[in-house]
Design a protein around this ligand. Structure first.
Ligand code: HEC
Length: 110
């Protein structure tokens, strides 16, 4: 009480709502394509099979917000569970057995 000038509930949650709205509407950074080296790298990425799991482009679905509806985005992921064989870490999490990982995103590309 001595150190809190406004005892009681100080946060009505509006800040969290506003931050969520901000993050929802924030556009992805521009892709580096069109600058030669990035396109060459993307070609290698596709040619050696990385893009069979790391799908470069997906499309958003239905949304009440027109700007978010059916928009292409570039997650470099299929968001599926993959058996990674010898890369397995032995950790079991739900349906993900010892050698399986969920592909969430590419930390390098996304
Ligand atoms: C069989 C599907 C599959 C293929 C093919 C594949 N990956 Fe992955 N990749 C994954 C999965 C699943 C993960 C997540 C592993 C984890 O959670 O630790 C991953 C993770 C990664 C990550 C780390 C992402 C992060 O956020 O930490 C990089 C980088 C990556 N892959 C690059 C590549 C490259 C480059 C290739 C091609 C040589 C490739 N991957 C081919 C499934 C695949």
């Amino acid at each position: 009480m001595d150190h809190n000038p406004a005892p009681g509930l100080n946060d009505d949650g509006q800040g969290v709502v506003q931050f969520t709205d901000f993050m929802t509407m924030l556009d992805a950074p521009p892709r580096a394509l069109g600058r030669g080296r990035a396109e060459a790298g993307e070609k290698v990425f596709n040619d050696i099979g990385c893009s069979s799991c790391h799908l470069p482009t997906l499309k958003s679905g239905r949304s009440d917000i027109p700007a978010l509806r059916n928009r292409p985005f570039h997650p470099y992921s299929d968001f599926l569970l993959h058996d990674m064989g010898s890369l397995g870490d032995g950790i079991v999490q739900g349906d993900a057995k010892a050698a399986k990982f969920v592909l969430r995103r590419c930390g390098v590309c996304a």
